[in-house]
Design a protein around this ligand. Structure first.
Ligand SMILES: Cc1cc2nc3c(=O)[nH]c(=O)nc-3n(C[C@H](O)[C@H](O)[C@H](O)COP(=O)(O)OP(=O)(O)OC[C@H]3O[C@@H](n4cnc5c(N)ncnc54)[C@H](O)[C@@H]3O)c2cc1C
Length: 453
């Protein structure tokens, strides 16, 4: 069987459905394919948190109380130190939603905009035209093989990046596989609290241990979470270490969910001839929190504007025309995330007492009220002279901040056209090559756990 459309989207979750709707709204014929059944769509894990303002920002109908995807709304989140002190409060309205039902909302929205959504249809391989340009894909469906021709193929297939990883080397976008060091393995324990008075009404996190507790579906319940590089096993060991040092409300375990999210720099270019990578396939999750949905929606919005323009009157979207996607995203979000990714390893590479001092003085995590207050260099030197920060911790932190700033500036100067890209990549490789990674720290930590330290 063959089908033809202007836009083929692989993956029908938060990124793919949103992009499909945005392109269909501009009058393009859009086909979204997902290997999942409609009933299981989005059920990789149950509960998702999304800041409320994102719905109006991106023009998606907001879930309201009483609707299937709405669970609750909370306003406060708190970060705490390794010694469980110095709470840093942040205030914003965050919706707690059921992910499967949210996907139903987005599917209905994409269809209303004019997109067609085809379930149980799995991308198998890319298809190229006579000039070697991407021209759609081959799929395995319920009724056998399906060939879909399209001027644009969008990869929104999540961390596996089904399309991107099958593009030939040198096509214009990196085809790396996101391996264990580049993923954040998240284990969520859905628990029932033994004392129902200890309600969990907002999120609290302990970045030193990579752990958090958050509200869940049922009152009297909570989600106890941990996320770490390398493996679920290492993540669980991080949880055990946390549970041995910090006291959280007593609970009975109901069930566990586990899934992973990208934790690495994104491909340097999101676009190539007739191609764009979106969402987790583009590795654009927030390195601080692991959240990916709003940043996915931002990249979709930029991409839909640029591809919408480039594809008018039947034109093929070649790399040159859609290049602004890269620069616009880098300047709107990518540069800040690149800075965090480069800075975090230096910030977390210290002992529990040092982490506690960093919290006390608002060195890494600031309370909303502390933002911009105090002189950072003074705080660090005070830490050194008072013996609360070792020279090694200071050096790690200082080095990481310098690297982070350089990387930020470099991404803000992302080339305006493909012409300057090669030399930009060379410099970026050099900067990343000199940057520590959280995965390398995790490996060291895992070895020390084996030794029982
Ligand atoms: C445990 C956990 C909790 C998280 N919590 C949050 C949170 O609270 N807030 C937040 O913003 N982010 C959160 N994230 C991150 C967030 O889940 C992702 O960033 C987001 O779901 C990415 O959406 P996506 O559409 O790119 O990919 P996905 O949601 O992974 O969807 C990809 C889709 O592609 C389909 N697919 C895959 N391969 C193929 C193929 N070959 N052919 C056809 N279809 C295919 C899949 O079936 C799937 O439906 C969390 C991540 C994890 C692991």
């Amino acid at each position: 069987m063959t089908r033809d459309s202007d836009v083929l989207v692989v993956g029908a979750c938060t990124a793919g459905l949103f992009f499909a709707g945005l392109m269909a709204r501009q009058g393009y014929r859009v086909l979204v394919c997902d290997r999942s059944s409609e009933i299981n769509l989005g059920r990789r894990y149950d509960v998702i948190h999304i800041r409320q303002e994102n719905f109006s920002r991106f023009g998606i109908p907001e879930p309201k109380p009483g609707e299937a995807d709405y669970v609750t709304l909370f306003h406060r989140s708190v970060h705490r130190s390794a010694l469980d002190k110095w709470p840093k409060n942040h205030y914003s309205d965050v919706l707690v939603l059921r992910r499967g039902a949210l996907m139903k909302r987005l599917t209905a929205w994409a269809r209303e905009q004019g997109a067609q959504v085809l379930m149980e249809t799995e991308f198998a391989s890319p298809v190229f035209d006579a000039q070697g340009r991407l021209a759609g894909g081959l799929f395995k469906g319920k009724d056998g093989e399906l060939r879909i021709g399209a001027r644009l193929t969008a990869d929104a297939s999540g961390i596996g990046a089904a399309v991107r990883t099958m593009l030939p080397g040198g096509y214009g976008v990196e085809n790396f596989i996101t391996g264990p060091g580049d993923q954040f393995y998240v284990v969520l324990r859905y628990v029932k609290l033994k004392n129902p008075d200890e309600k969990i009404e907002y999120t609290q996190s302990w970045p030193f241990y990579k752990t958090w507790i958050a509200p869940q579906l049922k009152s009297g319940g909570a989600i106890y979470g941990v996320g770490a590089n390398l493996s679920f096993d290492y993540a669980n060991r991080c949880w055990e270490r946390f549970a041995g040092r910090v006291s959280v409300p007593a609970y009975e375990l109901e069930y566990i969910e586990q899934s992973s999210t990208p934790y690495r720099r994104p491909p340097y270019s999101f676009v190539a001839d007739g191609f764009v990578a979106l969402g987790d396939a583009a590795c654009i999750t927030n390195p601080m929190s692991g959240e990916g949905v709003p940043y996915g929606w931002l990249l979709c919005t930029i991409a839909a504007e640029e591809f919408g323009r480039a594809m008018r009157d039947g034109a093929y979207p070649d790399r040159e025309k859609i290049w602004p996607v890269n620069r616009r995203y880098a300047r709107a979000q990518g540069a800040s995330f690149a800075r965090i990714l480069a800075t975090l390893p230096g910030a977390v590479n210290c002992g529990a007492e040092e982490n506690d001092y960093e919290f006390e003085r608002g060195i890494i995590f600031e309370d909303d009220k502390e933002k911009g207050r105090g002189n950072m260099a003074f705080k660090l030197l005070m830490g050194l002279f008072s013996g609360k920060l070792s020279f090694a911790a200071l050096k790690n932190l200082g080095g990481a901040v310098i690297s982070g700033n350089k990387i930020y500036k470099h991404y803000m100067n992302f080339p305006e056209s493909p012409g300057g890209f090669e030399s930009w990549v060379k410099k970026a490789e050099n900067l990343w090559g000199r940057t520590a990674t959280v995965a390398a720290l995790a490996e060291k930590d895992l070895i020390s756990m084996g030794k029982g330290t």
